[in-house]
Structures are given as C-alpha cells and as structure tokens.
Design a protein around this ligand. Structure first.
Ligand code: AVI
Length: 323
C-alpha cells in the first residue's frame, strides 16, 4: 500500500514594488473625486479587519456565498468540470473548500495581494485538504499578464473562481478589462463568478457601516498603510467614514470625508483636503442577474447559468470563454 505525503503550499511573490504604489497614489489623488485602488486596503491589518467585517451581523455576503457554495458545489462541479482551480483574490480562502471536495482538482492556485495573509490561509487550507497540491501567488491580479510557468499549472485545464463580489470593487470599464484578462489567464477555461445583488438602501448602508465600527476601521487603516509604507503623514482622526448607496449607479460608495482643512504629505508631495472633501476608498457595485449577463457579454464571455441563494441576494455565475 502506498501512503500519500501531505502536500505543502508553495508561494511565489510578485507583489508590486513601493515605487508603483507611490505612482498609483499620485494618480488616484489627482482624480475627481480622489480615489485609491481598492487593493491598497489589504495590507496585513486590512486583511485582518476585512475578515472581521465578514463576521459582522450586518454583512451577510460572505455567509450567504459560503452556504450557496456548500449547497451547490456538486451541481457546479457537474456543470463546469474540473482541472486546476485558480482563485483570484483568495483572501482567507474560506470559500473554496466545497469546490475542492466536489471537483477534486489536480491543484489549487490562489492569487492574493497580501503575502502574509496568503501564507497563513494556504497553510490552514492545506491542513484541511492535505492531498490537493497548492500554490500561492502574491500579486495584483488586475495587472498580471500570464500565470507563472509552474508544474502545477502547465498543461492543465484552468477553472477560474472569483467569489466575494470583488468584481464590484471595480468600475464597469475596469471590470470588463479584468474579465478579459481572466479569459487570457484561464487560457480557455471557465470562470465561476460570485456577485452580490442590489437590495434595500437600509440593508446595504448597514452592511458597509456596521455598528461595531469595523468597516470604518478598515477604511481608516488605508491612511495608516500610506503612512507606514509610503511615509505619508495622514491623521486618520481628521477623516470621517461614510457609506452611501448610490442607486442610479447600483453601487455603495465608501469614502473618508475630510473634517477639516488640512494638507497631507504623501511621498514628499503636499495634498490639500478641504472640509467635506471625500477620498473614495472603494465602490461596491451590486449586479442584478441582467447586469451580470450584460457585463459578461461585453467582456466576451458566454454567460451559461447562475446559482443563487433562496432570498436571491447573491449569485454564482458560470461563464465560458466565447470563441
Ligand atoms: C471585497 N469586497 C467584495 C468587499 C465588498 O463587499 O465590496 C469589500 C468591503 N469593503 C467594506 N466592506 C466590504
């Protein structure tokens, strides 16, 4: 009888250098309104706070998606087939478990921007699924042109997984560009895409401004990160967090509002904020089933099917590469 040695996750670090961050911050602060790329929120502390957001009673997205995956994984596996699962923005990799069970993939590849977070989540996932070979790639997947040439990926069919409604954190144009990029990265393989749907203003505004103040701390941590990594001198206490549902755009806008007239130095450059001026930390677009189908079409994917929870709050969309 042969015994299988449990696999150990490997990690490739392609995190963008600080010089790139500096340039992106400069560009973001020149926008009107000022806005920074959402992935800046996820340093180690930001990733920890985001995990806490997912546990707040007001933020049901993660719980809903996990139970939908648990109830639908077998059906999804039958429909989509298997190969190497490539998860974009894996975070704590808490969602892929049911797919690993149902699809029995040849390997699992997780992409995420936070190397420390990726290392921890891969280690705990590997302990639960010792026989699935795992590879972590620390990167900004919205800038990645190819997956690294690695024995776990080479020659295998790729099954993309992009849960958590993270696509909602991109503008429509960026979301289309990202879906097109995923088509290239998946090399003809399918994509399972989790998208949150529009709901009442009161539910959405509460979800993004929880009573425990974790969403606010998550946004304020962005300023702390700029202080730590880019030598900025933001005083987070001078900014008030707000989350507003913008129905016409079908999105929640999260922003830090300057409470005073202040000048902040970022990478040696001075930036003045007037009272009431927003710094947008992220948008979270909510896609109806119709909007999701349109988006897929515009990004040259064939929309095939959607699985949704009983309340129809969130969907997992199955997309196939169009010829
Ligand atoms: C990661 N992303 C899908 C979250 C969302 O719901 O838009 C980010 C988030 N920001 C604050 N709360 C959650």
């Amino acid at each position: 009888m042969t015994t299988q040695t449990p696999a150990r996750p490997q990690l490739i670090d392609l995190h963008p250098p600080n010089a790139d961050m500096q340039r992106l911050v400069h560009n973001g602060l020149q926008r009107e309104p000022r806005q920074l790329p959402a992935w800046f929120l996820y340093d180690q502390e930001g990733s920890r706070l985001f995990d806490q957001i997912c546990e707040q009673p007001e933020y049901s997205l993660t719980r809903t998606e996990i139970s939908l995956l648990e109830s639908s994984a077998a059906d999804i596996a039958r429909a989509i087939g298997s190969g190497v699962i490539v998860e974009f923005g894996a975070g704590s990799a808490r969602k892929v478990g049911p797919l690993l069970e149902a699809m029995q993939p040849s390997a699992y590849v997780a992409l995420d921007i936070s190397a420390d977070h990726l290392r921890q989540s891969m280690a705990s996932l590997q302990a639960q699924h010792p026989c699935v070979p795992m590879l972590g790639i620390c990167c900004d997947h919205s800038q990645l042109d190819t997956l690294p040439d690695h024995p776990l990926i080479r020659g295998e069919r790729r099954v993309g997984f992009f849960p958590g409604s993270s696509l909602g954190n991109f503008t429509r144009a960026e979301a289309i560009a990202l879906l097109r990029r995923f088509r290239r990265l998946l090399d003809g393989g399918p994509l399972l895409l989790g998208l949150d749907q529009p709901k009442s203003r009161s539910r959405l505004e509460a979800a993004y401004n929880d009573a425990a103040g974790i969403s606010a701390a998550f946004a304020h941590n962005l300023l702390q990160r700029l202080n730590n990594d880019l030598g900025a001198d933001f005083n987070p206490d001078n900014f008030l967090y707000e989350a507003v549902w913008q129905e016409t755009e079908s999105r929640v806008r999260m922003a830090l509002i300057s409470e005073v007239n202040q000048t902040v130095s970022v990478g040696g450059e001075p930036w003045t904020f007037s009272p009431g001026q927003p710094l947008v930390t992220e948008y979270s677009v909510k896609y109806s089933a119709e909007m999701a189908r349109e988006l897929a079409k515009d990004a040259s994917w064939h929309w095939r099917h959607r699985w949704h929870d009983p309340a129809d709050d969130l969907s997992l969309h199955w997309l196939e590469a169009a010829d």
